[in-house]
Design a protein around this ligand. Structure first.
Ligand SMILES: *[C@@H]1O[C@H](CO)[C@@H](O)[C@H](O)[C@H]1NC(C)=O
Ligand SMILES: *[C@@H]1O[C@H](CO)[C@@H](O)[C@H](O)[C@H]1NC(C)=O
Length: 257
């Protein structure tokens, strides 16, 4: 775990947990994400953990990872957040998570299994929480590829039931989520955005409202659900697996700008 502490830390600062993709590291993702200038101006803490196993992917496949309190990567990440809250007197009501690729898969899982920890999330090029259930691994090499290839398709009700079974008895709010995907993604197929849409619109109980075309830029469409406060999905036409991180949009979604 690496933590970025801005020169002037706000009192009761917010925390952004930012998760790299497979083959990545916290250091690389810190450089790629470009969140440091936002952390400086907001006095926010940034946590950049590094996964060290399964080709540096996050575990998004094991039964333990797809549940609450079973000491898998999801819980380890929450422990890092709790450490930062204690050490820096950070604000537990302003904890956010984001990530790319495997980091977006884990973001989906943290939203599902530790919803009380995070108030909002954004992520890029991931899959629905639970999509890798039953796969032998979480990486492009160790997984069986069905999920990444978009072959794991369920109804919204099926996805929502799976999410609720990951944390039985939980009846509180889920973190608001804005998830991004490129239409030309050949590693984690675009179908996985559609699966996330079915999952989260059902969990939140929100219907599709409207498409904001050319938003936040040309060739991107922001699909708004409900009043747009709980869930949005951004489709990037012609963009591949690496959807550029949109820092300003992320911090706006977190309610920090
Ligand atoms: C492949 O992984 C998917 C989950 O991504 C799972 O549903 C399926 O059962 C797995 N298939 C085999 C043959 O392991
Ligand atoms: C926009 O809206 C329609 C629903 O009318 C939807 O089916 C379509 O996939 C949406 N998204 C994009 C990126 O065009």
């Amino acid at each position: 775990m690496q933590i970025y502490v801005p020169e002037t830390l706000a009192s009761n600062p917010p925390i952004v947990l930012a998760l790299h993709g497979c083959f990545g590291s916290g250091e690389d993702y810190f450089a790629q994400a470009g969140y440091d200038s936002y952390a400086e101006s907001l006095g926010a803490l940034l946590i950049f953990p590094t996964s060290q196993k399964d080709f540096n992917c996050w575990d998004v496949a094991s039964a333990a990872a797809l549940s609450h309190g079973n000491q898998a990567d999801n819980e380890v990440l929450v422990n890092m957040v709790n450490y930062a809250i204690e050490t820096y007197s950070a604000d537990p009501s302003r904890v956010f998570v984001t990530g790319s690729s495997s980091g977006c898969m884990m973001t989906n899982i943290l939203c599902a299994t530790y919803p009380e920890v995070f108030s909002a999330a954004t992520c890029y090029s991931g899959v629905a929480a639970g999509c890798f259930a039953g796969s032998p691994g979480s990486s492009p090499i160790t997984s069986n590829r069905s999920c990444a290839n978009g072959e794991v398709q369920k109804t919204g009700d099926e996805w929502a039931a799976q999410v609720h079974a990951m944390y039985p008895g939980y009846s509180g709010n889920y973190p608001s989520l804005k998830t991004w995907h490129g239409t030309a993604d050949s590693l984690v197929f675009y179908q996985n955005l559609k699966e996330q849409i079915k999952l989260w619109s059902t969990v939140f109980g929100v219907e599709f409202s409207n498409n904001e075309t050319s938003t936040p830029e040309i060739d991107y469409t922001t699909m708004v659900f409900g009043d747009g406060k709980q869930f949005e999905a951004v489709s990037a036409v012609g963009v591949g697996h690496t959807v550029p991180i949109h820092q300003e949009s992320d911090f706006e979604w977190f309610g920090l700008l």
